[in-house]
Design a protein around this ligand. Structure first.
Ligand code: HEM
Length: 223
């Protein structure tokens, strides 16, 4: 019997998705205003978030529900490490630290993993399905805006082990539908996905402040 979780998640996070698309930082990004320092901060925050998601998914890979949605080909940790090397240099590990919003996001991932691991479905869904959906568009925008060559700084958007992203997404959605979760659990998963959208928005909002400061500085320098 289908839990219909894929549709529940899509419908249940529609409003949050629209809100996320309308955060200033994201809107600027879509218009091609990507400032390198803000972008590399985003990459470093995402690094800590994905490390947490991937570590906890790995810890629960034998879990009766999570095992069915465990896809190691999605993991982003390695590609984010490559990008951090590109933006911060060989000493990147000493240079990067999670922001306040990223720290809270990581803490939430660890908390649900310890107390209600089935909610990690929501954490995976919100990031990975988003990456698979808008990734290629965002890659092109970032590449043009920051004048990057094909060679560096964009590994995050490349899913080397996934040949057909559309087919993979369809498969992921069927896996969601086949999960043995009852109505109440499905509702909690949708709530957690909305919370995950909120945590992403908070990370973007922090960067909005940096972006405004950087643009102000550029205007000041041009006077
Ligand atoms: C799906 C675009 C931001 C998470 C989609 C889809 C598009 C899209 C076109 C539909 C793909 C399809 O139906 O197959 C965008 C654009 C964004 C953006 C232009 C702004 C930059 C975000 C953010 C998140 C996110 C910030 C969360 C962190 C998702 C998820 C889905 C999705 C989870 C899958 C929906 C589903 O099929 O259940 N996005 N998105 N998106 N996006 Fe975004």
């Amino acid at each position: 019997m289908s839990s219909n979780l894929a549709t529940k998640l899509r419908e249940g996070t529609k409003k949050a998705h629209t809100m996320a698309e309308n955060v200033g930082f994201v809107k600027c990004f879509l218009k091609g205003t990507v400032e390198k320092n803000s972008y590399r901060k985003l990459v470093s925050n995402l690094y800590f978030v994905y490390c947490a998601i991937e570590e906890e998914m790995e810890n629960h890979r034998q879990h009766p529900i999570l095992s069915k949605i465990y896809f190691p080909e999605l993991t982003r940790k390695k590609s984010l490490e490559q990008d951090l090397f590109y933006y911060y240099g060989a000493n990147w590990r000493e240079e990067v630290a999670p922001s306040a919003a990223a720290t809270a996001y990581v803490e939430r991932i660890k908390e649900v993993s310890a107390t209600q691991p089935e909610l990690l479905i929501a954490q995976s869904y919100t990031r990975y399905l988003g990456d698979l959906s808008g990734g290629q568009i965002l890659k092109k925008i970032a590449q043009t805006a920051m004048n990057l060559s094909e060679a560096g700084g964009l590994a995050f958007y490349e899913f080397k082990d996934i040949t057909d992203e559309k087919a993979f997404k369809a498969n992921y959605r069927s896996a969601l539908d086949e999960l043995p979760v009852d109505e109440a659990t499905a509702d909690r998963i949708v709530d957690e996905a909305n919370a995950a959208f909120g945590m992403n928005m908070k990370m973007f909002m922090e960067l909005e402040g940096n972006l405004i400061k950087a643009i102000g500085q550029m205007l000041f320098n041009s006077l």
